[in-house]
Unconditional design. Structure first.
Lengths: 251, 330
């Protein structure tokens, strides 16, 4: 059974049809990349999957359970986390405090009004684990506003990872990054365990082809093609739309 | 942490020693300051930790005082009356909050203001229950279980004890998981939703706790003043407590309490010299707000960093060395 199944969803903003009968399937453990020119409806697709925007028609299933109308906050508890195209962090809090908030969201003590948060050992353990795994322990007490842009992008992903999701939706994790940071981020995504499936929107073709198991091409709100990187690279229509004619995409 | 404990201890001694230094008038003033400190801390909680600026907080203060007054004519148990005020004002906050938290920023300000004025009008209109514009006398006296407390000294100690208890409670609250999450909601509500939280639950929790504490301070004020009038629920009073929070320092627990102390002290001090005290108070407040941007509490922080200058300099050096080391390893 596929982990995420998006079936024929459509979305329009007044007269503008942004998504038209879009279907996407993500298998367990898969790295599924969504590509498409600007305005193809990629982020809208994410917003529809996570029900930040309500869909006009169609259905979304997570592990066979319909989630089309569940509020976005409930999805985290079903194992689906997302990141944002624009950094959406807690700028006035430190890196550690940001992670505390992300980790606590799945803990049973999140409604407690006594017993200091920091007294919960498992919280400290989970947080330290993330900090050490990604080599940012030395930055733990830095306010997020003072982090470099690349570090903020990394934290954006780590916040979503902290809830230990089965499915991770990454919205352009490398947007606005320097080439060096982009490479680092791609490495980081490759390092994520296979127990996590990833649906990812990405523009950088090198990153796309280095991580993708499957690619879905979106254009004007419609799925042009969904297939292996090889199929996508050799597809004439995709090349026409996406790469602007004859030029062959390179990995 | 040890330094904090020391400061707490010194404050405690100061609070205990105060009545032996000042006159009876001073003791009364100190008791009033303690009550207002609780009220200001309750508003400071939602303003500084949940980002909800309310201009109708006096409503809960009023509910607290009127509960003690009206219920007090039927029963006399101090604990029951106080508990009744806390529960009732907390409940009203819970019910009204469920509607109010759907709005934010200016709209929240306006709707809380409207609610406060609604209650003000009610206390004015329900003459049989509240005494209307004439106000009401409180018949019961404070009795903690070992005789009536009527001396200013005794009343002061009760109020000071209550203020300290509320401070400790709030300290626990803001450090608890829910407290931290409330702050997270203030910082970035949309991300909190994406992380799987329901912001409304936490906002409502903060608002209810704040309302209950405001009611608590109101009930204490009833025992202190022995007289209640509709003015206690007026928006002017809500504005005053907001000023206390702002001059004390939004975003801290002790800041609003300090602000309350300064406000009450200045108000009384200046009014002994001139009837035009609001004029001078207004001027002073304008200066305070302009000069002391983050509130008085930040002056203390500044003072502390001056006193501990050398230590902080050492820490800076250490941090710099550390940063350099990191660069080398990279």
């Amino acid at each position: 059974m596929s982990l995420l199944k998006v079936e024929n969803i459509s979305k329009s903003f007044k007269t503008l049809q942004v998504l038209q009968n879009v279907s996407v399937e993500v298998q367990p453990g898969e790295r599924h990349v969504i590509i498409g020119p600007n305005g193809a409806g990629k982020t809208t697709l994410f917003n529809c999957i996570t029900n930040v925007l309500s869909i006009d028609s169609g259905t979304v299933y997570l592990e066979g359970q319909e989630i089309s109308h569940l509020p976005s906050r409930k999805l985290v508890h079903l194992g689906m986390s997302r990141t944002f195209q624009k950094n959406n962090l807690f700028g006035n809090l430190t890196v550690e405090e940001n992670l505390h908030l992300a980790v606590t969201s799945t803990k049973s003590y999140r409604y407690q009004i006594f017993n200091a948060l920091l007294k919960h050992e498992d919280l400290k353990k989970d947080t330290d684990e993330v900090l050490e795994q990604w080599g940012i322990s030395s930055r733990r007490n830095v306010k997020v506003n003072f982090l470099s842009y690349g570090e903020q992008r990394l934290l954006e992903v780590l916040l979503a990872m902290a809830a230990k999701p089965k499915l991770l939706l990454l919205d352009e994790p490398t947007s606005g990054m320097s080439p060096a940071e982009t490479i680092q981020t791609a490495e980081m995504i490759k390092k994520l365990p296979r127990s996590v499936s990833i649906l990812i929107i990405e523009h950088d073709m090198e990153v796309v082809f280095s991580i993708a198991d499957k690619i879905t091409v979106l254009h004007h709100g419609e799925v042009i093609l969904s297939g292996t990187p090889e199929e996508v690279r050799n597809n004439e229509q995709v090349r026409q739309i996406y790469f602007g004619g004859g030029a062959k995409a390179h990995a | 942490m040890k330094k904090n404990l020391l400061i707490m201890f010194l404050l405690l001694i100061a609070a205990a020693a105060l009545p032996f230094i000042v006159s009876e008038y001073g003791i009364n003033l100190a008791a009033e300051i303690c009550i207002m400190a609780i009220f200001a801390m309750s508003l400071g909680l939602i303003m500084g930790y949940a980002g909800m600026v309310s201009l109708g907080h006096a409503a809960f203060f009023g509910i607290g005082s009127y509960t003690v007054t009206i219920l007090g004519s039927h029963l006399s148990n101090f604990y029951l009356l106080i508990l009744g005020s806390i529960v009732l004002s907390g409940l009203v906050a819970l019910i009204t909050g469920a509607i109010f938290i759907r709005t934010s920023k200016f709209y929240f300000l306006m709707i809380t203001l409207a609610f406060g004025q609604l209650l003000f009008a009610l206390t004015w209109q329900l003459k049989d229950l509240t005494g209307g514009a004439d106000g009401m006398k409180i018949s019961s006296t404070m009795n903690l279980g070992f005789g009536d407390i009527v001396s200013p000294l005794g009343i002061y100690f009760v109020m000071a004890g209550a203020a300290i208890l509320v401070y400790i409670f709030l300290r626990f609250f803001v450090h608890s998981p829910a407290g931290k999450i409330i702050k997270g909601v203030m910082e970035n509500e949309s991300r909190m939703k994406a992380l799987g939280y329901d912001p409304r639950i936490y906002k409502l929790l903060a608002y209810s706790v704040s309302g209950a504490l405001a009611g608590f301070s109101g009930s204490l004020y009833g025992y202190f003043n022995l007289f209640v009038s509709p003015d206690l629920t007026n928006w002017m009073f809500s504005g005053q407590v907001m000023i206390m929070v702002i001059i004390g320092g939004v975003g801290t627990l002790i800041g609003p309490a300090i602000g309350a102390g300064l406000f009450i002290f200045l108000q009384n001090f200046i009014s002994t010299y001139t009837e035009r005290w609001p004029l001078i108070m207004g001027l002073l407040l304008v200066i305070l707000v302009i000069v002391g941007k983050g509130g008085i509490i930040h002056w203390f922080a500044l003072l502390r960093s001056k006193i501990f200058y050398r230590r902080s300099q050492k820490r800076m050096e250490y941090a710099q060395n550390h940063a350099q080391k990191e660069e080398v390893t990279n």
